[in-house]
Design a protein around this ligand. Sequence first.
Ligand code: ZN
Length: 411
Amino acid sequence: MKINELQLSQVNNQIERLIAADNFYGKKLKEAGITGVKTVEEFEALPFSEKQDLRDAYPLGLMAVPEEEVVRIHSSSGTTGTPVIIPYTAKDVDDWGEMFKRCYEFAGITNKDRIHITPGYGLWTAGIGFQNGAEKLGAMVIPMGPGNTNKQLQMMMDMGSTVLCATSSYALLLAEEIEKRGIKDQIHLKKGVIGSERWGEKMRKRISTELGIELYDIYGLTEIYGPGIGINCKYDTGMHIWDDYIYLEIIDPITGKNVPDGEFGEIVITTLVKEGAPLIRYRTHDISRIIPGECPCGSKYPRIDVIQGRSDDMMKIKGVNVFPKQIEEILASFPELSSEYQIRISHLDGRDTMRIYVETNGHVDFLEIAGRIAETVKSKIGFTPLVKVVELGVLPRSEKKSKRVIDERYE
Ligand code: ZN
């Protein structure tokens, strides 16, 4: 997949606009001697932008239009350091709503649906993004926000919610509560739109089976509008990406070069029509790949695979590079285990060690299964972890992004 003529001219417009605005990013382009972009080669030679650049522009250095055109800001939920502020014009808000509406449509959701929104409202882009798209679609929005599981379930029953929007860990928590309370026959959910988190096939199956719903993965990040820049269709062969609004590349995170379609690498995104804060070749650090070929649904929108993790999640244990996803896949091959797990990395006596906590029920020999998991990790990845087996329900469930990997070396 290469950038096409129309997209190139759109990027060229974005560059010209940034330089004219003389904002933080426009200055950087000028310093690099860039005035525009005409060819694929020129595009692929443009410098990347990084989250740190966006932080350096705090608070409003990214603003690329006169202030009277800005109608809203959002901020990324930076857990450490300076947050990132993204200004939006009315058109940006509208474009984002159109993209999100398209996501719902690809999931077969209509204006007859009742959309139950549990992601948070506020500075970040989650709740309000789901809401804008749903209102554009003409569906009935139930804007719950996170937390208060009792009230969530009561409203879900009383309002007859048909679509659940949630993080995967909160969807799982709700599924388990519904099961525990024996109220499944009073729940009318048909579909789940699940965002903002990397999740395994096993967890997905569990949510889908326990709630009896079809699941759709939504992609997006605050720096680039928010959630809603792509979603899988009913054929579930990857997430379609709206390439009339954004251009997406996959690069080798080390060399910075584009990788061939089908190969995994880091997602890099360029906005094509954004006004408030255009970004050129923004490194997301999310790992995925372009899925080659055409989707059975016939849509021409390109597809990317499920997010495999973060390029900075890569761990080095006893000299071996490991992605949490690799451990997750091994755990998923043990039917005795639940979908919950926790990975802890620590530095003891001059060596890095990995401890893996998994859950199972009391009918399994804990020591025996721990031994088999350790052996499998050794044979498939190349080092031996410490495996600790606990009773079902012991590992923490969270309403926010699950913290499954805890690196104690830097705490
Ligand atoms: Zn499709």
